[in-house]
Design a protein around this ligand. Sequence first.
Ligand SMILES: *[C@@H]1O[C@H](CO)[C@@H](O)[C@H](O)[C@H]1NC(C)=O
Ligand SMILES: *[C@@H]1O[C@H](CO)[C@@H](O)[C@H](O)[C@H]1NC(C)=O
Length: 348
Amino acid sequence: MERLFLLCSGLLVTTVTSQHNVCSRPQLSGNIEMSGIQRFSSPGEELALACKEGYTPLSGPRKIVCTINGVWTSTKLKCIPKQCPHPELITNGELFYEDTVYQSAINYTCHEGYMMTGESSAVCQANGTWSSPAPECIPIPCGLAPVPLYGMVIYDKVIRGNTVNYGLKATYICNPPYALFGNPVAECTASGTWTKTPECQVVTCPPPESIERGYMSNNEKREFFYRERVKYGCESPYVLEGNVEVVCQENGKWSEKPSCKAPCSVNLQRARILHNGKKIWIENFQPNRVLHLEIVSVYCMNEARKCGYAVPTQCIDGTLNIPKCFEEPSGVEYTLKPNSLPSEIDQC
Ligand SMILES: *[C@@H]1O[C@H](CO)[C@@H](O)[C@H](O)[C@H]1NC(C)=O
Ligand SMILES: *[C@@H]1O[C@H](CO)[C@@H](O)[C@H](O)[C@H]1NC(C)=O
């Protein structure tokens, strides 16, 4: 009576029982299998080994023999799992896998806005092929963008047929006098629908307001439509400041209207001034008028260097400030010694 356990290269365990010279059925590991179903073998009998389904023999003898001692010969047979080909990347999607051997799996997903045609996963089969080909990710289509009444749609790209792809944008325009309310840009979403379509609504402005000292190109007392324009002008010698034209805006209000600015007079009795590059005695400055934003210069005296210099001043809506350095001469000085005035002596 003896009991013996033999470990052969970790792959094959043979148990020998009390029956002398008889090998009992070997216990196999490492994905090895054998043919036949008999429980005992006599010395000299051979047993063919093979790799299990999905595994390939790498090396080692494929047979074991029952020896005279009732022990199977050892085997160094190695079975390795079959390899499936490496999967290729898919466009507009991703794949996840850890290995490409028998029984490993690949999971596929599509990017947002794309839907899958085909299987979302594949398994490496016993014959080294994947259970299904890679799926395709195709864009989720939207129908054409809805067109609002009195408006139109301009797509970002030329479209064919009556579907468009995820991510396409459309810009809306309303035909004046209709104005657009809402987001002017809509987009084909991942769920195959368009974002909110804006509306085209009629917009009117009240009659434009008149301006003081000015006139308008249109005095009709009616409602004006969105984008209608009216021009303004000023009576001479008033000068228009701001935009010549106002427009009825989307919010039902006119854009900012201009105003008419007053001219100035040069309030000096005795002086010579510089206006538009010309030196003029004040009594000859007729009419005594400087338009809004126009510049005139008066002459001041540099006492230290005994020279004269021109100082500019600007007319701002009826106000012309005379520079502080200006000193008006006395009547006697002005009449009898005009050559000594700052405007007449050497300039600094
Ligand atoms: C594939 O998906 C299955 C089921 O959702 C999951 O159990 C498995 O871990 C995934 N495999 C990989 C590699 O992502
Ligand atoms: C591989 O095995 C699968 C499943 O048994 C079978 O459908 C397929 O035709 C086999 N492919 C090849 C190339 O043998």
